[in-house]
Design a protein around this ligand. Structure first.
Ligand SMILES: Cc1ncc(COP(=O)(O)O)c(C=O)c1O
Length: 407
């Protein structure tokens, strides 16, 4: 066996020492959590309000509303804006399936649009291709480690009287042209689930500058809140506990430091990759002040056997390496559900989503960005692993089966 023998063929892997585990507990989080435990209220208390205030200051918006998760935050927005049967909501083909579910649960129709080849994000161009008189809302997802180009999307939406809700599940703290992700349009949603850069295990948030949306969404979130000026509506159970809010307060303190560390290392990796053909880290848009790296995502050229490449890279580094999301129009549970409520839905697009499908099948390679945070030597290892694996992946033919095998 030579040094160049791939780890999947029995060779020595590039990463020979195990990764240390991801430990997010710190002094600030522990203190806040203990204080929440000693407080009188374990729900609907000072910690939730403090976090909401701190997050809105951090992002530069007027209101933040904590919810059980991002999906609930989106549903509350749609309900607050009375989006329902007969309305269309545009979402990108490459996003988390619960975005479509939230739309369907409000009785509206999700309409899938295609994405751009370089970022995997939707754009004004792909949005315009599916726009109709029924469109009420568009939900751009800032995907993995880049941003949607928001100004043209917001422009097009404004001209057509459509609301823009940014899905910022992957990008808390990302900033471009002095705006935080989540503040370009009418609202933003954030996820604080286990995998996310800002986490409390499970949780989410709706942010907005619009008083009426905020007040209605808050009323709808709290089963026990008194009726407001708005007409009486069925309220939901969307609050999180004080413990989760306390953890978020601690985690928000250290978020900027972690984001900067990952960004610096990821940009360093981008410089290394600039010397390679056939592989590109998804781009940093001009004017970006801070880029988040929830996942490190590369696009490879189509002469590379991407399924082989992912598998071989994973073996060299000892980390999970996957493709992009399955395009929503191909998502089984959304399109073949046995739930009677949704039996007549098919999450289809009015146009083919060829770019999303090519990205999923032939181009995307991603892994969790936190590996760059837990070990400063990660960049060198990733760079060496790509350098070792890429020539082999170029020479290996990809079967149709391969194209679906590794996600
Ligand atoms: C892009 C994106 N949007 C929305 C969600 C939903 O978040 P939650 O689990 O908080 O509802 C996720 C979850 O992973 C996501 O990745």
């Amino acid at each position: 066996m030579t040094k160049q023998t791939l780890a999947i063929k029995g060779g020595q892997p590039i990463r020979s020492i195990p990764w240390s585990s991801r430990n997010r507990s710190d002094e600030s989080t522990r203190c806040a959590l203990m204080a929440a435990l000693d407080a009188v209220n374990w729900s609907n208390g000072d910690f939730a309000r403090r976090f909401e205030r701190r997050l809105s200051e951090f992002l530069g918006c007027r209101f933040a509303l904590l919810t059980t998760n991002a999906t609930t935050a989106l549903k509350l927005y749609l309900l607050a804006r009375d989006v329902g049967p007969g309305d269309e909501v545009i979402i990108p083909a490459l996003t988390f399936p619960s975005i479509a579910m939230a739309v369907m649960e409000c009785g509206a129709t999700p309409i899938i649009c295609d994405v751009e080849a370089n970022t995997g994000c939707m754009s004004a161009r792909t949005f315009e291709a599916v726009l109709s008189k029924k469109t009420r809302v568009v939900i751009p997802t800032h995907l993995y480690c880049t941003l949607c180009d928001m100004p043209p999307i917001v422009d097009l939406a404004k001209r057509n009287n459509i609301d823009v809700v940014e899905d910022c599940a992957h990008s808390p703290g990302a900033r471009r042209n002095n705006y935080s992700a989540g503040t370009f349009g009418n609202a933003g949603i954030f996820s604080f689930n286990q995998k996310k850069p800002l986490s409390c295990g499970e949780g989410g948030c709706l942010v907005t500058n619009q008083t009426e949306v905020y007040e209605t969404a808050r009323y709808l979130r709290d089963f026990d809140s008194p009726p407001t000026k708005s007409s009486v509506r069925i309220q939901r159970m969307g609050k999180i506990s004080e413990f989760q809010a306390a953890v978020l307060i601690g985690q928000l303190d250290s978020l900027p430091k972690h984001l900067r560390a990952i960004e610096e290392r990821a940009e360093n990796l981008r410089e290394h990759l600039n010397y390679m053909t056939d592989i590109t880290l998804v781009p940093r848009l001009p004017g970006t002040d801070l880029q988040t790296f929830y996942n490190i995502c590369f696009m490879v050229n189509e002469n590379i056997n991407v399924a082989f490449f992912r598998k071989a890279l994973s073996a060299e580094l000892g980390i999970p390496v996957s493709s992009s999301y399955v395009p929503l129009n191909q998502n089984q549970s959304l399109n073949c559900t046995r739930d009677r409520q949704f039996i007549n839905y098919a999450v289809e697009s009015k146009v083919p989503c060829c770019t999303a499908e090519r990205i999923y099948r032939y181009r995307a390679v991603r892994f969790p960005g936190y590996y760059l945070n837990i070990d400063p030597t990660a960049v060198d290892d990733i760079d060496s692993a790509i350098t070792k694996v890429l020539p082999h992946a170029k020479q290996t033919q990809m079967s149709e089966e391969d194209a679906h095998a590794y996600r």
